[in-house]
Design a binder for this molecule. Sequence first.
Ligand code: ZN
Length: 119
Amino acid sequence: MQLNTFAKAAPLLKEQNFNIDVDKFLKFMGHYHHNDWIYPSAIHRKLKIDIKVVYSILELLTKENYMESYLQIICPNCRRYTGFSYKNIGDIPEVLSCLNCDFEVGTPLDHAVIVYKVL
Ligand SMILES: [Zn+2]
């Protein structure tokens, strides 16, 4: 049984008044481990937390070094993760090929979503 790294963030989250069930949130976050991708939309769907609030919480946890934010390129053809993610907008190339379906993505920035990687 792996320790829930996010449990340490409980006092911090509780003092922020996000109007969420912090214990339920942290229990859910316990499913994520080092180097896992966290999709804000998944938290929004599973916990029914407003997407803006989800981003606020994840940004806070990023500031506290629990995770890092990335831009992940989603393939417009197969709708899956292309296999490419970038730390900065400036790092995104003009074109890339999806690792799942070989589709050539011409404007990768248009297909970028913000995701978080557990540190
Ligand atoms: Zn694809």
